[in-house]
Design a protein around this ligand. Structure first.
Ligand code: RI2
Length: 345
């Protein structure tokens, strides 16, 4: 794509915000990407074929920002998955609410306006579906929580918070240990949000989780990607926490709408782990003072399904071993890759 057109400023702005984590969390990233694609389509003066190229370039710019957050790839699939003339529309995604947008579009004979309008409608339906799914995950996961339960959270997950909020709305009284989650301290945002909901939050350094687990009824974590075999890829530290919870016999509940399921794992692909800048861990000056050690900063790790209790999705509680079935229903076995220049050829 050497002579690729420049991306729309809204796409560039969103990509920069996602890469720097000004916008973060798997679902918020997906929502922002869909919005940016809609703006790029709505404001383009390009002809039909040019618009397709523009949208593929925009998709690639967005896609490459956070490789582990499969919600981002799936959002692009849902919005642009059937971009080419004559393709089978609506095959790419079956989130709640996304079906209606497709009936308005005539596929191969579409004019540019139709194509742009279709992308805008698709993005809007996707975003509505995402919000609906999140609320449903909250109801499903929240039903597992009972009065007096003590929770332990890791990172900051809007899906986990939706579960806790749904329980609080049923007058369930909860308290929570909150891991601070080095190096970005997303646990601070979780503590803030829980306090605002009226849930007593106790902030912990990450290494303290094992020590408090005997007091904990549920470990609650979000997801950046769930594989067909139920392996969870989530914020670094999740795998160790789940292993500790298994030793202590504390159930681990994953809160994840189906946008977090990685369809490419059906074909044996492994979700990549994003390696972030060393400076998130150690500033340049301090690093020099320490004799310039190497710094590793993997942002995510993989938790095996046997260390997970269940996944709360918008379709109900799912055993990790059943994720593959949902993946096949939602995405089929050959999911589109609209960010890939060779997709659809
Ligand atoms: P929601 C976050 O990643 C965490 O790993 C969290 O569990 C996951 O996204 C899901 O977030 P990051 O963006 O979609 O902080 O539940 O690296 O909000």
């Amino acid at each position: 794509m050497d002579d690729a057109p420049p991306v729309h400023p809204a796409v560039e702005e969103t990509a920069t915000a996602v890469a720097s984590m000004a916008i973060r969390g798997a679902a918020p990233i997906a929502d922002a990407a869909a919005e940016a694609l809609a703006t790029a389509a709505a404001e383009s003066d390009a002809t039909d074929d040019e618009l397709r190229v523009e949208l593929r370039v925009a998709a690639r710019r967005l896609h490459d920002t956070r490789p582990t957050a499969i919600s981002l790839a799936n959002a692009i699939r849902c919005v642009l998955g059937d971009l080419d003339p004559g393709s089978q529309r609506n095959d790419a995604c079956a989130l709640p609410g996304t079906g209606d947008a497709n009936g308005d579009f005539e596929g191969a004979s579409a004019t540019t306006d139709d194509l742009a309008a279709w992308v805008v409608a698709r993005a809007s339906a996707f975003r509505d579906g995402l919000a609906e799914a999140q609320a449903a995950v909250g109801r499903v996961g929240g039903n597992r929580l009972a009065d007096g339960d003590v929770l332990l959270t890791h990172c900051h997950s809007t899906a986990v918070l939706a579960c806790i909020e749904a329980a609080v709305e049923r007058d369930v009284e909860l308290s929570a240990y909150v891991k601070e989650t080095r190096p970005r301290y997303q646990g601070h945002a979780t503590a803030r949000d829980l306090q605002a909901m009226g849930v007593d939050a106790t902030l912990l350094v990450d290494g303290a989780a094992h020590a408090v687990l005997p007091e904990v009824d549920h470990v609650l974590v979000g997801a950046d990607s769930v594989a067909a075999d139920g392996t969870l890829t989530n914020k670094i530290g999740t795998a160790g926490l789940a292993a500790s919870a298994a030793v202590r016999d504390v159930p681990v509940l994953v809160a994840a709408s189906t946008i977090k399921l990685n369809p490419e794992t059906l074909a044996g692909h492994v979700t990549p782990i994003e390696e972030r800048d060393a400076e998130e861990v150690l500033g340049v000056e301090r690093r020099a003072e320490l004799g310039d050690p190497a710094v590793a900063n993997p942002a995510f790790d993989r938790t095996p399904p046997e260390h997970l209790d269940a996944v709360a999705t918008e379709d109900g509680i799912v055993a990790p071993s059943n994720v593959g079935t949902i993946l096949r229903e939602r995405y089929g076995t050959a999911p589109p890759r609209p960010w890939d220049p060779d997709d659809g050829e």
